[in-house]
Write a protein that binds this ligand. Structure first.
Ligand code: IPE
Ligand code: IPE
Ligand code: MG
Length: 248
């Protein structure tokens, strides 16, 4: 599971480390196709990359790691692949929670979990409860997640409050609107990274990522490892963040 020590490049003192790294884990299907394997083989190999990435985040002192594992649009994939993916997810959550807990990882899930089977929903809740006191790494897994649905749901709740007379529309601000999203209590991502070479966000953290640095890597997700994570942090450290406030 561990890679050669040579691959671990810890940042030097004084180098900016992103507090929150969010990853669009893409390219499992292409990885499998290149080997003449079924897509599920790519998803299984992708689960190994998830382990390596969590280890890398812990080692590099990244406090928050969000992984986009299944989008609200991924339900449109052929049913056999959806069944394979939810089966893998159930297996992953059941088999990994104990070890993640040992490592001090706090797990949270964002997205519309009501679309999953009741037993998987129960596993997700159990993982969140078991790990809620951990502080080494905050791991957020986006499942059946779509930013637009998340934003629309937040708007709907505010509209209902206003209709009931409990909320003055004039009091709605960026802060309290953001507090109605699934990511309440989670800092905005500093770095959003996507593997597979595609350069798009695919409905991921559209509100939260307003000022995230974007990084698109040519590696397919199952090949992603500690060295890529270190490379991403090094690239982040080279970026100059301005937040609109400072001319060049
Ligand atoms: C990412 O890999 C995993 C999920 C979206 C669930 P893909 O399955 O999208 O792989 P490609 O993009 O077809 O290679
Ligand atoms: C984005 O990947 C979703 C996840 C990685 C979970 P997709 O493969 O579903 O995105 P598109 O279809 O290429 O935009
Ligand atoms: Mg894809």
């Amino acid at each position: 599971m561990r890679e050669a020590a040579a691959a671990e490049k810890l940042p030097a003192d004084g180098v900016a480390i992103p507090a929150h790294v969010a990853i669009i884990m893409d390219g499992n299907g292409r990885w499998a196709a290149a080997r003449g394997l079924p897509r599920i083989a790519g998803h299984r190999a992708g689960a190994q990359a998830v382990r390596r990435t969590i280890e890398a985040a812990i080692r590099q002192n990244v406090g928050w790691l969000t992984l986009y594992a299944f989008s609200s649009e991924n339900w449109r994939r052929p049913l056999p692949e959806v069944i394979d993916l939810t089966g893998l997810l159930r297996h992953y959550v059941r088999s990994e929670v104990a070890e993640l807990h040992e490592s001090g990882v706090r797990m949270r899930f964002i997205g519309d979990r009501s679309r999953f089977d009741a037993d998987l929903q129960a596993d997700l809740r159990a993982a969140e409860r078991k790990t809620e006191g951990n502080t080494k790494l905050n791991l957020i897994v986006a499942l059946s997640y779509g930013s637009r649905a998340e934003i629309a749901a937040a708007a709907r709740r505010l509209a209902e409050e206003a209709r009931a007379g409990r909320l003055d529309p004039a009091s709605i601000t960026e802060d309290n609107f953001g507090g109605g999203l699934d990511t309440i209590g989670i800092p905005d991502p500093d770095l959003i990274l996507r593997t597979s070479g595609e350069q798009r966000l695919s409905n991921f953290l559209l509100w939260q990522g307003a000022y995230a640095e974007l990084l698109f890597l040519d590696v397919l997700w199952p090949d992603f490892g500690q060295a890529h994570f270190a490379e991403a942090l090094a690239e982040f450290a080279r970026r100059e963040r301005r937040f609109g406030a400072r001319p060049g």
